[in-house]
Design a protein around this ligand. Structure first.
Ligand code: ISE
Length: 324
């Protein structure tokens, strides 16, 4: 049986997920679309049903599972509606635009007593990050002491406001650092460069490792994500992800994409394939609602620290046993 997936939101990510579902995901099909802009919805649907609102898509019996790719502020309420309808969800990150919103989702899932939510922290499916984790877990570089992350965008999207460099961009670094190290973050120090960016964020983990992250959302030259894990017996980092070497104007070198879609194409594909098979055959893969809550809780506290004295001891709710 093919899983009918409904996609809510047809911006950059919704359109990409719909494309992956239509052309690159055996065992699933694009069964419906909702976007408040009907022209955009029709363009992405290419024959799939177009719904007039998100709730009727979620309720429809043509829809077995829901992919949420609408604006961040809508994620928590839509995810809650899916839990109520008993439908599995792949929700784009962040799980919610506040820690309290993400906690509501965790509590609803705990009350239901089974896991329905996967959060789209797709880097967990990226071949480079997976190889770093394999090497670290095999003990090949000794005990980890430091993780350096770099997160640079060409320019901030026009819908970025307030602290979205933290709540929308830095959240990836929180999630991938927790996943790579298998550690929890306990404290943070944050500083901003001249005019507010780049941000330099240093966290300490419960195993005393240091996680340093630069977030520069207007770095101009290209979309560039980097990570280097330093162990006591060696280091391992992402290799340049460039597909080509470009020679021009008496210079040559790597090229960078304009945004994250080409850089993480393989991660998005694998994330979808694994989610669809978890929906079909059971089990849970990727980032859970709990992981989504922790990322949003840390992001919120980092944003508060940035507005205050730059430091914070990080606090979370206790983890429910559903996520053990
Ligand atoms: C965007 O929403 C993403 O999720 C990208 O992966 C990230 O690199 C970018 O900074 C975000 O704005």
């Amino acid at each position: 049986m093919s899983i009918g997936v409904g996609v809510i939101g047809t911006g950059v990510m919704g359109a990409e997920h719909a494309r992956i579902l239509r052309h690159e995901t055996p065992g699933a099909h694009l069964a419906g679309i909702f976007d408040p802009d009907p022209t955009r919805a029709q363009a992405v649907a290419v024959g799939a049903a177009v719904f007039s609102d998100a709730r009727s898509l979620i309720a429809s019996d043509q829809i077995d599972a829901v992919l949420i790719a609408s604006p961040d502020v809508t994620h928590a309420a839509l995810t809650l509606a899916c839990i109520e309808a008993g439908k599995p969800v792949l929700c784009e990150k962040p799980l919610a635009s506040s820690a309290a919103g993400a906690l509501d989702v965790v509590r609803a899932e705990v009350a239901l007593g089974r896991r329905l939510i996967q959060v789209g922290y797709m880097r967990r499916f990226d071949p480079g990050y997976r190889e770093i984790k394999r090497v670290k877990d095999a003990g090949e570089i000794g005990g980890p002491v430091l993780l350096h992350n770099v997160h640079r965008n060409v320019r901030a999207p026009e819908w970025f406001d307030g602290s979205m460099a933290i709540t929308n961009s830095f959240v990836h670094e929180i999630d991938i650092s927790r996943w790579l190290l298998g550690s929890e973050m306990v404290s943070v120090h944050v500083e901003a460069g001249p005019g507010g960016e780049p941000l330099m964020i240093t966290m300490k983990t419960d195993k005393n490792e240091i996680v340093s992250t630069e977030v520069f959302v207007n770095a101009s030259y290209g979309y560039h994500v980097h990570a280097e894990l330093v162990g006591r017996q060696g280091t391992i980092s992402l290799a340049p992800a460039s597909l080509t070497l470009l020679n021009r104007d008496r210079a040559g070198g790597l090229s960078y994409p304009d945004n994250w879609v080409p850089r993480f194409e393989e991660a998005y594909r694998r994330q979808m394939a694994d989610w669809v098979s978890a929906v079909k055959f059971g089990g849970a893969v990727g980032a859970s609602a709990w992981d989504g809550y922790v990322a949003s809780a840390i992001a919120e506290q980092v944003a508060q620290a940035l507005a205050g004295n730059g430091v914070a001891t990080l606090r979370y709710e206790p983890r429910p046993s559903l996520y053990d």
